[in-house]
Design a protein around this ligand. Structure first.
Ligand code: FAD
Length: 336
C-alpha cells in the first residue's frame, strides 16, 4: 500500500495544524510520501520518506484548475493507492476531480482511518456513524480537523520537484479577493480549547423588564477575547437580525452551531442563555466537557446534555468571570 499525504501549504510554506493531523493519520497507516503544493514550501525536515512538491506563484492561490493539475501531477508520480488530505475548502473542491481523472474514488468528511484502512464518517447531520472501506484505488480520504493526533516527526526528507505545466487555459480564473459576511472581528477559532455558545437569551428582557443587548455584546466579546475562546451561537440568536430585532453585530450565520449549523470539536464548551435542542444535542456533540449557564433550572436540553448546569444569570456570571480573567488570567477564572 503506497500512502501519499497531500496538502496545500500555508502562505509561509508551513503546514496547518489540520494538515499535520492528516499527516499523522497517514503515517499510522504506513510509510508516507508527502505531496505539497503552494507558492512556496518549507518541508525539508518533515521526517517522511520523500516530499514531492509543485511550487510557483501560479499555485499560491486557491484555484480549482491549478490545484487539481498540481495534485494530479503529484499523484501520478507517487503512484499512490491511498491519498490522505486534510478536509478544507481547497481540498474539498479540487481532490474529487483529481480522483475522477485517476479513475479513483474519494470520501470527504472522514473522521478516522484505522491502520486496517477502514474510514469512519457521519451521516444525516452527524446522527449516524458509518464505517467504510473501498477496493477501488487510488482512494482519496479527506480527514476532518480535530480527529487525529498531529504529526510530530522530524528529520531530513529528500525533496523532489514535480513538473506541472501551467497552460493559459489553467489561468483563466484568478482569485481577486475574498468576500466574507460582515463581522466586526474574527470570533471563530477552530483551534481554541473552549467553545463559548451564546443563545438568544442574551437579547431577551431581563429581570428589570428591559433587554440589554449592548451590554451582552460587550460581555461576550470581553470573554472571547480574554479566554481566546471560539464563539458559537444558536440559530435563534443569529436569525434575530432578519426579524428586525436588536442583535449582536459581530455574529453571523458562520457562528451557528447545530443541526443546520456546524458541529465543532473543542475540548470544552460553555453554553450561555441557550435552550435549543439542536445546539445542545447536535451542535456540540463532539465537545469534550460541557457546561451551561441558564436561569431556567428546568431547561431540558441544558440539563440533559451538559455535564454541569449553573442555574444563574449569565450576565452576572460572565461579568464576574471577565473580572477574574482580567485580574489573574485563565487559571483564576477556571478555579472560580
Ligand atoms: C429543522 C430545524 C433546524 C434547526 N437547526 C438549528 C441549529 O442548527 N442550531 C440552533 O441553534 N437551532 C436550530 N434550530 C432552532 C432550535 O430548535 C431552537 O429554536 C433554538 O436553538 C433556540 O435558540 P436559543 O436556545 O438561543 O433561544 P431560546 O429558546 O429563546 O432560549 C433562551 C434561553 O436563555 C435563557 N436565559 C435568558 N436570560 C438569561 C440570563 N440572563 N442568564 C441565563 N440564561 C438566560 C432562558 O432561560 C432560555 O433557556 C432548528 C430548528 C429546526 C426546526
Amino acid at each position: 500500500m503506497k500512502v501519499l499525504f497531500l496538502a496545500f501549504t500555508e502562505a509561509d510554506g508551513s503546514l496547518s495544524r489540520a494538515a499535520l493531523e492528516a499527516l499523522g493519520a497517514a503515517a499510522a497507516v504506513g510509510p508516507v510520501t508527502a505531496g505539497l503544493i503552494s507558492g512556496a514550501v518549507s518541508a525539508d525536515s518533515l521526517g517522511v520518506e520523500k516530499v514531492l512538491t509543485v511550487t510557483g506563484p501560479e499555485f499560491a492561490q486557491a484555484r480549482y484548475s491549478t490545484d487539481a493539475a498540481a495534485a494530479e501531477a503529484i499523484c501520478r508520480v507517487a503512484g499512490a493507492d491511498l491519498v490522505i488530505a486534510p478536509q478544507n475548502s481547497r481540498t474539498a473542491r479540487a481532490l474529487p476531480g483529481v480522483a475522477q481523472r485517476l479513475g479513483g474514488v474519494v470520501d470527504t468528511h472522514v473522521t478516522s482511518l484505522s491502520p486496517s484502512i477502514e474510514a469512519t464518517r457521519w451521516f444525516y447531520r452527524q446522527r449516524m456513524e458509518g464505517v467504510l472501506t473501498r477496493s477501488a484505488r487510488p482512494w482519496f480520504v479527506l480527514l476532518e480537523p480535530g480527529c487525529a493526533a498531529a504529526w510530530t516527526g522530524s528529520g531530513v526528507s529528500p525533496i523532489e520537484a514535480v513538473p506541472c505545466e501551467v497552460t493559459p487555459a489553467l489561468q483563466r480564473t484568478n482569485v481577486t479577493g475574498t468576500q466574507a459576511p460582515k463581522t466586526e472581528q474574527q470570533t471563530i477559532r477552530p483551534d481554541a480549547p473552549l467553545l463559548f455558545v451564546a443563545g438568544a437569551g442574551w437579547t431577551k428582557k431581563q429581570k428589570d423588564g428591559q433587554p440589554h443587548v449592548a451590554e451582552a455584546g460587550q460581555l461576550i466579546l470581553d470573554f472571547i477575547d480574554a479566554a481566546q475562546a471560539s464563539l458559537g451561537s444558536s440559530k435563534s440568536l443569529v436569525d434575530l437580525s432578519g426579524e428586525g430585532q436588536a442583535v449582536l453585530p459581530f455574529l453571523s450565520h458562520l457562528n451557528q452551531v447545530g443541526q443546520t449549523g456546524s458541529t465543532p470539536r473543542h475540548a470544552k464548551g460553555l453554553a450561555t442563555c441557550c435552550h435549543g435542542e439542536e445546539p445542545h444535542v447536535v451542535g456540540w456533540r463532539f465537545v469534550g466537557e460541557r457546561r451551561a449557564v441558564n436561569l431556567d433550572a428546568n431547561c431540558g436540553w441544558a440539563r440533559g446534555k451538559a455535564d454541569v448546569v449553573y442555574v444563574a444569570d449569565a450576565f452576572e456570571v460572565v461579568k464576574r468571570v471577565n473580572q477574574l480573567l482580567r485580574a489573574g488570567g485563565s487559571s483564576a477564572a477556571s478555579a472560580s
